[in-house]
Design a protein around this ligand. Sequence first.
Ligand code: EPZ
Length: 417
Amino acid sequence: MKMINIEGNHDLSGTIKISGAKNSSVAILPASILASTDVTICNIPEITDTDALCEILEYLGADVRRASESVVITPSTIENKFIPEKYSKKLRASYYFMGALLGKFKHVEISLPGGCSIGARPINLHLKGFESLGAKITMEEEKYIVHAEELKGANIYLDIASVGATINIMLAAVLAKGKTIIDNAAKEPEIVNVATFLNNMGAKITGAGTSQIRIMGVEELKGCFHEIIPDRIEAGTYTIIGALVGNNLKIYNIIPEHIEALTSKLQEMGADIEIGSDYLIINKKEEYLPTNIKTLVYPGFPTDLQQPFSVLLSRCNGISTIEETIFENRFMHLPELKKMGMKITKEKTKATFFGKCNLKGNEVVATDLRAGAALIVAALIAEGTTTIKNVEHILRGYEGIIEKLKDVGAKIELKEI
Ligand code: EPZ
């Protein structure tokens, strides 16, 4: 098991470069199998989630050549094989192979996906989309079998603007016959990045980034060169760290409008932040105005940032609240933050934070990816040393987080026990 030790209360100065977006990469890697020739993708973050997906690509027979932060994939050698749970359970995004293999071969057999325990996370909307396109779905001891004699375009309404369902339906529809319309589609920047990738391969997708996406099926998709957008959640996490311990901390390789819900909230709370074209510079403040957050689909406040953001509320002079509207179990970090001295109450999907309070180092456990990020933020401001266990969760989604923090002055060590 891996753990992290952090000695808190050190200012961080210098620059942090943001890596490619995890939530784009984990869709685009499976999507590459739709191409008939080589695909080159750059700015892929080196995290365990992308490692797991490259492993599945190789298991299926693709040739995968990884250099630092880029990958060349030869999909032409792929066979359509059952994906067992030893691969599918490693992460939630393994389910993108459903849309990609269905779109390419009209047949897919895959065990259930894995992923964080932040909620039930059903995939009923993904399956509804596949069925609308003409697929039949059966379940056999813990595996999905999805088969279509023919995939035909359809009008699909999503009851929830689901990121995963929107992407998975796009993957299944790009080679279908005719036109597909996805209504109430998710509008996250990663959706646009995936649609751009597919269009670079020859797909005909319009409307990505709006609530209606239109896909005109084509005969074939060819390999392309594609760049992953910067990771807005990584950028937001380091921005929150800067608001707490930054001393002229520069965070660059960002798309500022992708984290506007966070930066405008920080400005409202009194943050000292300068926003440039592809960077921001942030200085810590000893005190912030209290605030109320409600997580929403993009462009609202991202659910993936509410957990690290909650640590900042310890520095607000007054009562703040966070309401989580996307996932039903995304407060597992709160008991760990209380062990470090935060004063928090919670009922159902709303948490109340009583500031200001000083945090003390303690032994804590990461329960999911962004909960782990929240514990790193808390450890950086706590008095004394904090030990965080189960940090494998964190290494899934933050490329080089130990090195990036060390390079700007954090006293942080990764240990294997
Ligand atoms: C993606 O998860 C991200 N993961 C999540 O990031 C992110 O929090 C989430 O989108 C929301 O932005 C990846 O991209 C790999 P959803 P996804 O489908 O696609 C319900 C992180 O920390 N729902 O938009 O699973 C679902 O249960 C991760 O990087 C259904 O009910 O999210 C949830 O309550 C965590 N049926 C809500 O919709 C479905 O078929 C939104 O889920 C699909 C979803």
